[in-house]
Design a protein around this ligand. Structure first.
Ligand code: GTP
Length: 363
């Protein structure tokens, strides 16, 4: 999987690691280029630059080593200083026509992705690199290239611009992916219950109201189902709270397996769940919930605690036109209560005597 794509599927903690894996790959590439430059500069007759490149190779190698040791921020500083000195030296010796000064732009972007550096400091260093870029034109624009391969200057310049530009595009793409993945993670944290990964009550209300509006608009049915694990207190008391938690997760997984993508499953309270089945009438919902109930009762909970069976009771209502969410929840709750009263491990369909349309008309 490409590294940028990989970020979407990682935890926030892993994002920094992936970022530096990418930087390390770029550093290996830079190291190889600097090794080649030793020979290229030597061949051109610029022996002082060839000698300086040996130090550059050491700088890139030690930066890579620092990344391996987890000293990411220091590695970036080593890379930045190397590029800064290298650009100044090459421009002072060979002039600006080769385009080595463009690497200062690349490194100024790289400093900004170092989160260990305070933003203020990162800005200052980056600006200093940009000012250095401008100053090179001030001081070295009259340096004339007097070495071999003069005819190739334009192409080398173009090559340097491309090589310097690619990491900048890559770095901005990386920052974009990181901020998107963080936004997704934060939205998820705000919307979901951390144990079961189902929607939490607060966030779900917005979703349910939107689903209800859609059902009115599309003239389709919507059902609300209240569900509650039977004798869960007894399970907790017998096997402990941690094993109770594991049961909640397994029950939530079964619920998820039995709902469609557009349906909504919510951890409503402790061991109480709310399921919203869209585009489904009362009879269909009943059949689907009964299948879910059977599968919960068939869960093998031996791992979580002895041979105690987990069962669940359900209360179901089809959303009545003009009824409010609170009214429907009350009815679903009343139906759930009946399931409990009648012996648990069953589904009760609410019998609504209230005519919500008439109620609305009389207001
Ligand atoms: N393990 C665990 N238990 C929880 C959690 N939230 C609520 N509970 C427990 O769920 C139990 C609910 O007990 P009750 O409301 O008495 O209901 P019950 O024992 O399931 O009995 P009925 O609903 O009448 O069948 C309590 O013991 C709570 O401590 C949770 O997040 N984890």
């Amino acid at each position: 999987m490409p590294a940028l794509m990989q970020i979407k599927h990682q935890n926030l903690d892993d994002v920094e690691t992936i970022k530096f894996q990418i930087i390390q790959r770029v550093a290996y590439f830079a190291l190889a280029i600097h090794v080649a430059l030793i020979f290229i500069f030597y061949h051109l007759g610029a022996s002082m630059l060839a000698l300086a490149n040996i130090f550059s190779v050491f700088a890139w190698a030690s930066g890579i080593n620092l990344i391996n040791k987890g000293r990411h921020s220091l590695a970036l500083k080593v890379f930045s200083i190397e590029v800064l000195l290298h650009s100044i030296l090459v421009c002072a010796t060979l002039g600006l026509e080769l385009g080595f000064q463009f690497y200062l732009w690349t490194i100024s972007c790289l400093l900004l992705v170092d989160y260990q550096l305070k933003l203020k400091h990162a800005f200052i260093y980056s600006l200093m690199l940009i000012f250095t870029f401008a100053a090179l034109y001030l001081f070295f624009s009259d340096v004339v290239y007097s070495y071999a391969y003069k005819d190739f200057l334009l192409y080398i310049n173009m090559l340097n611009i491309v090589i310097a530009g690619l990491p900048m595009v890559y770095a901005i793409g990386l920052i974009r992916e990181i901020s998107i993945s963080q936004r997704i993670a934060l939205t998820d944290m705000a919307a979901k219950d951390h144990l079961t990964k189902l929607y939490n009550r607060r966030f779900a209300k917005k979703l349910i109201l939107a689903a209800q509006q859609k059902s009115v608009f599309t003239n389709t049915n919507l059902c609300l189902v209240m569900a509650d694990i039977d004798f869960f207190k007894h399970f907790n008391d017998t096997y402990g709270h941690d094993k109770g938690d594991a049961i909640l997760v397994r029950v939530a997984n079964v619920i998820n397996q039995h709902i469609a993508e557009q349906d909504i499953a919510v951890r409503w309270g402790g061991e109480e769940f709310l399921i919203v089945l869209t585009n489904t009438n009362e009879q269909n919902a009943f059949t689907r919930i009964e299948r879910m109930r059977d599968n919960i009762a068939a869960l093998n909970c031996a791992e979580q605690g002895g041979n105690l069976n987990i069962t669940m009771s359900f209360g179901l209502i089809q959303w009545q036109s003009n009824a409010s969410l609170e009214e429907m929840l009350q009815q679903a709750d009343a139906a759930l209560y009946k399931s409990k009263e009648n012996g648990r491990n069953q589904t009760t369909i609410a019998t609504t005597e209230t005519d919500y349309t008439a109620e609305l008309k009389s207001i």
